[in-house]
Design a protein around this ligand. Structure first.
Ligand SMILES: C[S@@+](CC[C@H](N)C(=O)[O-])C[C@H]1O[C@@H](n2cnc3c(N)ncnc32)[C@H](O)[C@@H]1O
Length: 428
C-alpha cells in the first residue's frame, strides 16, 4: 500500500463526506478545508478526481455495497472512496479488503433483473433521466454516459484583450512552468497538461486567460456578433460568455450583460476588470422598472440576443457531478418553463435581421430541440442560420447536427462538454 494512497483515502473521505451531506462539489468543499490547502497541487487534483468519481458513481456504489453499506457517514464515505479506487485498479488500505472486489461489483450490478434499472445503476443516473438519454442518443447513450463520468479536461481561453492569441498564452504559461497545448476546435482554446494550479500564475492575475470549456468557446464564435455590434447577454451568470464576447469584439461595440442572480453579476464585475474589458454594462435584473426599462431599450436595438439558458446541466456533469442528483422531473419542467419564457421575451424584442442565439449545456431534447420547435411554430418568421455560414464548412461540419443548423457537442465525440446552440434570424 503506497503512502500516497493512504493520504488520498484520508483526504478524499473527508471531502466526500461533506460533499454528500452538503450536496456540493469537491472544489467548493475543499476551499474551506485548511488541511488540504497545504497539500501539493497533484495531491489536491487526485482528491478532486477521486471525490468526483464517488459523486458520479453514487448510485452504483450504493448498490454494490448493499448490506455492507456503513451507517456512519464518514465510514460510508471511506468505503465509497476505496470502491472507486478498486474500480480504477488502484491499491486500497488494509480495511478495504473486506469490500467487494471489481468482479463482485460487476456481478452485483449484472444481477439486477430489470434491464432499465440495471442500466441506470451501472451508469449511476436517476431512473427518470434514462428515457431522456434514450430519446437523445438511442444505442449511443452508453458511450455518452461513460464520457460524462470521466474528468473534464482543463481548458483555457486566451483573452485577446491581453495576449495576441493562444500561442502567446502557451508561451506565457510555459515560462511559469505550466504546460498547455492547442485544443482541437476553438481557435483560442488550450488544454492544460498536468496538475499545476493555473490560478497562481502571473498570466492569470494579468487576465491573459479564463478557464472555459471548448464548447462554450465555440458557442461564442457561433453567436458571431457583427464588428462593433450590440449584444444582449440575457443570462450572463458570472460572465463566462460575456468575457469571451468582449474579447471577440476587441472591446468595441456594446454588451449588456444581465442576470437575476445578484452575486453572479457582482462576481462578473471583478472578472471584467481583470480581463481589461470596458465595453460591458452589467445589470442585475432585480425586477425594478428601471432595470426592465434598460433591458428592453437595449434589447430592441440589439444585433444579437444570447440566451445561455438555465438548464439541467447534463452536458457539464464532468465538472459538476453533483448536478446528477440535484434535479428531478419537476425541476426539469420548471426549467423548461423558464426557458420558454426567456425565449418568448427575447423574440418579442428581436428586431428584423437580428439573431436570437439559444444555448444550453444540456443534452436533453426537452430543453433544446423541443423548445426551439415550439418557438418556431409560434414564430414562423424565425429561421435558423446555417452554422457553416458563420463558422465556415470545415469548422462547422464536425460540430453540427446533420442539418447544419445547431451546434451538437458531445463529450464522447468532441471531448468537450455537451452543448446545444442554435442561431435564429428574424426575417427582415
Ligand atoms: C447557464 S447559466 C449562465 C452561464 C453564463 N452565461 C456563463 O457563461 O458563465 C444560466 C443563468 O441564467 C440565470 N437566470 C435564470 N433565470 C433568469 C431570468 N429570468 N433572467 C435572466 N437570467 C436568468 C441564472 O441565474 C444563471 O446565472
Amino acid at each position: 500500500m503506497m503512502a500516497a494512497n493512504l493520504n488520498l483515502v484520508m483526504h478524499a473521505t473527508q471531502v466526500v463526506a461533506r460533499c454528500l451531506s452538503e450536496g456540493r462539489g469537491p472544489a467548493h468543499v475543499m476551499a474551506s478545508m485548511p488541511a488540504l490547502r497545504g497539500e501539493p497541487a497533484d495531491v489536491r487534483a487526485q482528491v478532486v478526481r477521486c471525490s468526483m468519481a464517488v459523486i458520479a458513481g453514487r448510485r452504483r456504489l450504493r448498490h454494490v455495497l448493499g448490506e455492507q453499506r456503513p451507517v456512519d457517514a464518514l465510514e460510508r464515505a471511506r468505503a465509497y472512496v476505496m470502491l472507486v479506487l478498486i474500480e480504477a485498479g488502484e491499491h486500497v488500505p488494509p480495511d478495504g479488503r473486506d469490500l467487494p472486489s471489481l468482479q463482485v461489483m460487476r456481478e452485483r450490478v449484472a444481477a439486477i433483473v430489470d434491464s432499465a434499472e440495471r442500466f441506470a445503476v451501472e451508469h449511476s443516473i436517476p431512473d427518470w433521466l434514462l428515457p431522456h438519454f434514450e430519446q437523445a442518443f438511442g444505442e449511443q447513450r452508453r458511450s455518452v454516459l461513460r464520457a460524462l463520468a470521466e474528468p473534464a479536461p482543463r481548458t483555457l481561453r486566451a483573452n485577446r484583450l491581453r495576449v495576441a492569441g493562444r500561442d502567446e498564452l502557451v508561451e506565457r504559461l510555459a515560462a511559469e512552468g505550466v504546460d498547455a497545448v492547442a485544443a482541437r476546435y476553438a481557435p483560442d482554446a488550450v488544454h492544460v497538461i498536468g496538475t499545476a494550479d493555473v490560478f497562481q500564475t502571473h498570466a492569470y492575475r494579468e487576465g491573459c486567460f479564463e478557464q472555459q470549456d471548448e464548447a462554450s468557446q465555440l458557442a461564442i464564435l457561433a453567436t458571431a456578433p457583427p464588428p462593433a455590434g450590440k449584444v444582449l447577454d440575457l443570462c450572463c451568470g458570472s460572465g463566462g460568455k460575456t468575457l469571451a464576447l468582449a474579447s471577440l469584439l476587441g472591446n468595441r461595440g456594446a454588451l449588456l450583460a444581465t442576470d437575476v442572480h445578484e452575486a453572479r453579476v457582482r462576481e462578473m464585475r471583478g472578472r471584467l476588470a481583470r480581463a481589461g474589458v470596458d465595453n460591458v454594462q452589467p445589470l442585475h435584473l432585480d425586477g425594478s422598472p428601471q432595470a426592465e426599462e434598460t433591458l428592453e431599450q437595449f434589447a430592441r436595438r440589439a444585433d444579437r440576443i444570447l440566451i445561455d439558458a438555465p438548464c439541467s446541466g447534463t452536458g457539464s456533469w464532468r465538472r459538476r457531478q453533483e448536478a446528477r442528483w440535484k434535479i428531478d422531473a419537476n425541476g426539469l419542467s420548471e426549467l423548461q418553463e423558464t426557458q420558454a419564457m426567456l425565449l418568448r421575451r427575447a423574440v418579442a424584442w428581436l428586431k428584423p435581421g437580428a439573431r436570437l442565439v439559444y444555448a444550453t449545456c444540456s443534452l436533453l431534447p426537452a430543453e433544446n430541440q423541443s423548445q426551439v420547435e415550439s418557438l418556431r411554430e409560434q414564430h414562423p418568421d424565425l429561421e435558423p442560420v446555417r452554422l457553416a455560414e458563420i463558422l465556415g464548412r470545415k469548422v462547422a461540419e464536425p460540430i453540427t447536427d446533420p442539418t447544419g443548423t445547431w451546434l451538437s457537442l458531445r463529450p464522447d465525440q468532441q471531448g468537450c462538454d455537451g452543448f446545444f446552440l442554435i442561431a435564429l434570424r428574424r426575417r427582415g
